[in-house]
Design a protein around this ligand. Structure first.
Ligand SMILES: C[S@@+](CC[C@H](N)C(=O)[O-])C[C@H]1O[C@@H](n2cnc3c(N)ncnc32)[C@H](O)[C@@H]1O
Length: 234
């Protein structure tokens, strides 16, 4: 098994056992998009959607198949996941593309490309270091349609919590993930200790507002970590 397939199969087990609350999160995403669509002017024609850090699309394909999209783009740093995402989505009546790329580079692309109506990002932005999250928010603000929606699903720290305390807290939680064998639990902990930089939930709201977004918490998980933010242009 390659490093990628081992790592990805562990992540699939996390999903299958709902250890990161993907089920409740996906229900919240579905409900939030439904509310946003209901507010849009009737007959608003096109809806271009993009998933940043799409992975294999996790639980989103049934929702994506139902949405009235004009196009869908999945973007991920790891090209190996893109065929998985494509296969998971299957046949849909709108054009799709799956691109290998960096979500921050996409947000900051010059000149800004055509705007997008619906931006999704799930468990990917926390890989950005602190100043880069602000850059990402400013970049996406330029690229969202005035009536658009950015849904940011991710892990967040508790207010005022240090990264070290968060990592210790989340690692203790992973040790309770009994459906995962211990070796896989340790792999998850090694990964999150190295790569995860969840935002402080209060500081990031200030940064988003300074970047021209209106922030609303659309869902909070049970562990003061997983959450969904709905951002609209202010
Ligand atoms: C934990 S997985 C989440 C996958 C899926 N969105 C989900 O919710 O299950 C994180 C994904 O983000 C991608 N990723 C991490 N940093 C990225 C970046 N800077 N640009 C694009 N994708 C990134 C990883 O390759 C991985 O596929």
């Amino acid at each position: 098994m390659t490093f990628f397939s081992r790592h990805w199969s562990t992540y699939r087990q996390v999903l299958e056992h709902d250890l990161m609350e993907h089920s409740a999160l996906t229900a919240a995403i579905t409900q939030t998009i439904g509310g946003w669509l209901a507010q849009r002017a009737p007959g608003t024609p096109t809806l271009h959607a993009l998933d940043l850090g799409c992975g294999d699309l996790s639980l989103l394909p049934p929702l994506l198949r139902r949405l009235p999209l004009a196009s869908f783009t999945g973007l991920d740093l790891n090209g190996a996941v893109l065929p998985l995402a494509n296969a998971a989505l299957g046949l849909v009546p709108y054009p799709c593309q799956f691109l290998e790329g960096d979500l921050l580079a996409w947000a900051e692309a010059e000149p800004p490309e055509p705007t997008v109506d619906l931006l999704l990002s799930s468990f990917a932005i926390h890989h950005l270091q602190e100043p880069d999250k602000g850059r990402f928010l400013r970049g996406c603000r330029r690229r969202i349609d005035p009536d658009g929606l950015l849904l940011w699903a991710d892990v967040f720290r508790a207010p005022g919590e240090s990264r070290d305390t968060y990592v210790a807290r989340y690692s203790a939680r992973v040790h309770g993930w009994s459906p995962l064998e211990q070796e896989r639990q340790e792999e998850v902990i090694t990964h999150l200790s190295q790569w995860d930089h969840p935002a402080d939930p209060e500081a990031i709201v200030s940064q988003a507002e300074a970047a021209g977004w209106q922030w609303r918490w659309a869902w909070q998980g049970q562990h003061q970590a997983e959450a969904l933010a709905a951002l609209t242009p202010a």
